[in-house]
Ligand binder design. Structure first.
Ligand code: PMP
Length: 418
């Protein structure tokens, strides 16, 4: 199945989109009875039967958690630097609640902006090496905001075929024409750029790809965008805190200046243990977006606790260098050990480590086996990845110690590689 089919299957029809859940919680609601909804229901039934998704955590996430009163190792959380529960970050969030309360009472454009937002945005701009930055209540919304505001029906977005769903949804909402290039294939990107376009062209890539854990070839893509007069946006959701000696992201990984990229996007919910998203770029662009981007203008500001936590996390990241080294070591150890056991980790070179089992049933069963051994590992199946590319998606963390990783590896020994 190609990625276009994958998209179609992943998008609810107009009948199902506005449906909502069944009221009695047992029988499917009447408006969910069309063919596509039935197909979805079968997939959901199958996934639910393994009881590995949407499990309720009874303690904070991190290297360990508690589910149904039992201790679990978490090997799929985005807590790359192990900052969930960091005392300085928790204290900053608690202070913010004391000073500013739990809500902002408004959108940023009207009464929702407070000094925590201004300080965080100044620090984010410095962190990414740009003139300005702005925040949103999620990374998903940051992607929707920038693409729907800047691109329209005359324009073309050329995106890597593995780009995140928020980017693909944003293109659809912008009504821009969408062209995909083969994953990390600069020659294919060039071929697509050579095709004539009416309006502007925006290339969208990710620093680290969220399902495969490989890194974009940024230097070649910057060269390409300059040669063809296109714009470039990089989603750094998984690269922040992970790439570069102090976690500043993909530009530092390659030792490049930030200015080669027109728009940087990031999440505040992965290595940064809060929630929210941001855009960083030149001052004129950010000023324009602050007045025109709907998810900024019409949706509530980031909460005081999240804002202060994100700012404190940036400081911790820049000061506690050892975390980056431990993260890289753990990722290397986990991936290398899995490979030696015969597991295929695809093109991963980062802490995002897919264990490709390919068959969906096999992947769900494997997640269940690990769960019974006290390990929470995320199965990723269609439609998040194409059919036949199912995987367990592991995330190494600086907070995993070797004993914990050994427990994980011992549990993997009970699984059959694809
Ligand atoms: N981009 C990528 C590549 C992601 O993986 C995600 C979240 N998984 C997002 C954007 C959305 O970020 P958030 O969770 O902050 O909404």
């Amino acid at each position: 199945m190609n990625s276009l089919d994958q998209d179609r299957a992943a998008v609810p029809t107009s009948e199902t989109r506005d449906g909502g859940a069944s009221q009695d919680g047992e029988r499917p609601a009447r408006f969910l009875l069309d063919g596509e909804a039935r197909r979805w229901s079968r997939l959901i039934d199958q996934a639910e039967s393994y009881e590995v998704l949407q499990r309720t955590l009874e303690a904070k996430s991190g290297p360990h958690t508690v589910i149904e009163g039992r201790e679990f190792v978490v090997i799929s959380a985005y807590d790359y630097l192990g900052l969930i529960g960091h005392p300085l970050i928790d204290a900053a969030a608690a202070r913010a609640i004391e000073e500013f309360g739990t809500g902002t009472g408004g959108v940023r454009l009207l009464t929702g902006t407070n000094s925590l937002h201004t300080e965080l945005e100044r620090d984010l701009a410095a962190f990414k090496g740009t003139e300005a930055a702005m925040t949103f209540s999620s990374g998903f919304l940051a992607n929707i905001a920038v693409i729907t505001t800047l691109m329209g029906p005359r324009d073309r977005v050329i995106l890597d075929e593995c780009c995140h769903r928020s980017i693909r949804d944003a293109c659809r909402m912008a009504d821009a024409s969408v062209v995909r290039f083969l994953h990390n294939d600069v020659a294919d990107l060039e071929k697509k750029l050579r095709q004539p376009a009416r309006g502007r062209t925006l290339i969208v890539i990710e620093g680290i790809y969220s399902m495969d854990g490989d890194i974009c070839p940024l230097p070649e893509i910057v060269e390409m965008k300059e040669r063809f007069g296109a714009f470039l946006m990089v989603d750094e959701a998984h690269a922040i805190g992970v790439l570069g000696p102090t976690g500043r992201g993909t530009q530092d990984h390659f030792g490049m200046p930030s200015v080669g990229v027109d728009i940087w996007m990031g999440s505040l919910s992965k290595a940064i243990p809060a929630s929210g998203g941001f855009l960083a770029g030149d001052a004129a662009l950010i000023r324009f977006l602050r007045y025109v981007a709907s998810p900024y203008v019409f949706s509530a500001a980031l909460t005081p606790a999240s804002t202060a936590a994100a700012r404190a996390a940036l400081e911790v990241m820049l000061n506690e260098h050892d975390r980056h080294r431990r993260l890289a070591d753990n990722a290397e150890f986990l991936r290398g050990s899995l490979n030696r056991m015969g597991f295929d980790t695809g093109t991963s070179t980062t802490p995002v480590i897919p264990v490709l089992l390919r068959n969906e049933e096999h992947t769900l069963r494997a997640a269940r086996t690990l769960f019974e051994a006290g390990i929470l590992a995320t199965p990723v199946c269609f439609p998040a990845v194409p059919r036949g590319a199912a995987r367990l998606r592991l995330c190494a963390s600086a907070a995993h110690d070797r004993d914990t990783l050994d427990v994980v590896l011992r549990a993997f020994a009970a699984l059959t590689p694809a």
